[in-house]
Write a protein that binds this ligand. Sequence first.
Ligand SMILES: Nc1ncnc2c1ncn2[C@@H]1O[C@H](COP(=O)(O)OP(=O)(O)O)[C@@H](O)[C@H]1O
Ligand SMILES: [Mg+2]
Length: 250
Amino acid sequence: MVDNSKQGIEIIGCKAIKRHQSVEKAQLEMDVARMYRDNSARQVSIISYEMVPQEDGSVLLEMPLLTGKSAMGTGDKSLMKNLVLDLAVFHEVFAQSPNSASVIYRDAIPSNYIISDNGGYTHVDFSSSQKYVHCLDDLALLTHPLWSKNTKSDAETLMEDYIAYRNEISSKNISRANELDAQIPRIDSNALLSYYIKTIKSMATEENGAKGLLERIKDVEFSHIQIEDFQFFFDFRTVRGQCYLKQWGK
Ligand SMILES: Nc1ncnc2c1ncn2[C@@H]1O[C@H](COP(=O)(O)OP(=O)(O)O)[C@@H](O)[C@H]1O
Ligand SMILES: [Mg+2]
């Protein structure tokens, strides 16, 4: 199981440090983490940040260095279920509208959760949150057998848990970041569809099945969640994951 962890951070003493190119980007990562932590549906443990501006205009985000290992490659089913419910909350907080399929990207790959020695875990890495994705894409990333010991059938069961929990919290009208904060970007469904088409085209080879995805994406619904769309995003994440593995030389 690949864990290319700690690429994006520098470790100095007992701190983990991440560099952002601008104050705005660093502020967005911190704001997203804070709004997620303060959600009214479910308690989540989020890494804490301190912002340290640099003379060249870049910004350092300093975090406490967590000692545990990441959830990459995990076979812990109860952990996986908790991560899926956490993700449902994240998506509901950062969705375009209640229960919308278009959500800010959590980048829910298991390496972005650090498990501590006492069995708890902490969410790290909100640096992809200026991007939008389809929520079932983020879910497929979290549950995909490439990054954990899940089988495909485990991933499908987790998808059902996700849908049920999102419906539950959506009916409770938890406060959503889009209504709270002007900094949170917005996107329309067509722009999201174009992003996926571009990404699929950039991955396509004769063998990897990406071309078939271009046909199938026409049926994907970006405004609301359809269970059937999970299969598309699972297959998208298979192709994308294999591209990453090639890039990482594995
Ligand atoms: N505070 C931290 N303590 C320990 N490990 C961390 C911490 N923050 C991140 N990591 C590990 O380092 C990896 C890279 O950091 P991350 O913030 O995810 O950067 P990137 O944006 O490059 O993915 C994470 O996936 C995680 O496994
Ligand atoms: Mg990361």
